[in-house]
Design a protein around this ligand. Structure first.
Ligand code: IPM
Ligand code: MG
Length: 358
């Protein structure tokens, strides 16, 4: 049995980290007598350079046809000056929209060995296990916007945030389902003291919460949530929030784990699922073997879990990553005294080898 996985290396460190994730994904499937067929696709800056558009229609077609999409990262300074509609980031936004991926899952776990790497005190972060559920297909990211308008000689711009009840219900139900498989706690994050969309968000979440008595639901304003993530991250189980707040809070929560390079994500909806690390293309370290491939490798585990329904293979990758870290291997962002520094591809091979041993 072979799965069809569309692969977008993208820009910067993207191609390097995706190659390691492919290696590990294949090794995990092999343990169960299965395999993946990879279709390489262009997107982001690489696609702008090759065909003049960040999301070529061939890539979109391949993504729709595939069982899952694995993506590295897109963007870089050389494409920052192109017109907004042709920016490299449009590749990701276009894929999310076209595949109707409304739920973005960003799990944050702190392996014991990495607790010392966290900018927070180790005792504060050991045992942190948070799942951020970010609404991904609505809100200010996709609202009407205007740029470059001049009124009475003054330049103006706006971005419109809007949410409907069905959009909020859909992501809230998703978060509730996730919480039931975890610790039954959901924190909904908004800015209901100021924003109309947030008041609708809170009311809608409250209504659904009343029908789920076994789930403990609380509400935090986004500014307070940002503070609580630093003060007491262990209080959180599932966090559900809108597109923009989820973008910001997930970067903040990611560094709690010691390195943003560790964090995977899954984007799920009606179309093919999309899996990518939450970090960017890091052009400053591209091509030097310095990038941490574990965020992408762990994204491949999520791909197995959510799109291919290969739970055992997903767990195998996660266990192998934990073991390699426990054995003291780390890329430059992880390594501390007593650990062995390895390159991007050495890390991929270590995880691959570990899979064969478990
Ligand atoms: C993310 C990224 C994207 C976002 C960018 C690249 C458009 O920051 O996935 O968190 O803002 O959603
Ligand atoms: Mg982001």
């Amino acid at each position: 049995m072979s799965y069809d996985v569309a692969v977008i290396g993208g820009d910067g460190i993207g191609p390097e980290i995706v190659a390691e994730a492919q290696r590990v994904l294949q090794a995990a499937l092999k343990q169960y007598g299965k395999s993946a067929e990879f279709t390489s696709c262009l997107a982001g800056g690489a696609a702008i350079d090759a065909v003049g558009h960040p999301l070529p229609k061939e890539t979109l077609a391949a993504a729709h046809k595939a069982d899952a999409v694995l993506l590295g990262a897109v963007g870089g300074p050389q494409w920052d000056t192109v017109e907004p509609e042709l920016r490299a980031e449009k590749a990701i936004l276009g894929l999310r929209q076209s595949l109707e991926l409304y739920a973005n899952l960003r799990p944050i776990r702190v392996p014991a060995i990495l607790a010392e790497r966290s900018p927070l005190k180790a005792e504060k972060v050991t045992g942190v296990d948070i799942l951020i559920v970010r609404e991904l297909s609505g809100g200010i990211y996709y609202g009407e916007r205007q740029e470059g308008a001049v009124q009475d000689g003054v330049e103006q711009a706006f971005d419109k945030e809007s949410y409907s009840v069905p959009e909020i219900e859909r992501i809230t139900r998703f978060a509730f389902r996730a919480a039931k498989l975890r610790r039954n706690k959901v924190t909904s994050v908004d800015k209901a003291n100021v924003l109309a969309t947030s008041r609708l968000w809170r009311r809608t979440v409250e209504k659904l919460a009343a029908t789920e008595p076994e789930i403990k639901v609380n509400h935090l304003y986004v500014d307070n949530c940002a503070m609580q993530l630093i003060l007491a991250p262990k209080q959180f189980d599932v966090i559900v929030t809108n597109n923009l707040f989820g973008d910001i809070l997930s970067d903040e929560a990611a560094v709690i784990a010691g390195s943003i390079g560790m964090l995977p994500s899954a984007s799920i909806g009606s179309g093919t699922g999309l899996y990518e690390p939450i970090h960017g293309s890091a052009p400053d370290i591209a091509g030097r073997g310095l990038a941490n491939p574990l965020g992408t490798i762990l994204s491949a585990a999520l791909l197995l879990r959510y799109s291919l329904k290969e739970e055992a293979a997903a767990c195998l990758i996660e266990a192998a990553v934990d073991k390699v870290l426990e054995e003291g291997y780390g890329t430059i962002d992880l390594v501390q005294s007593g650990m062995t520094q390895v390159t991007t591809s050495e890390m991929g091979r270590l995880v691959e080898r570990q899979i064969g041993k478990i």
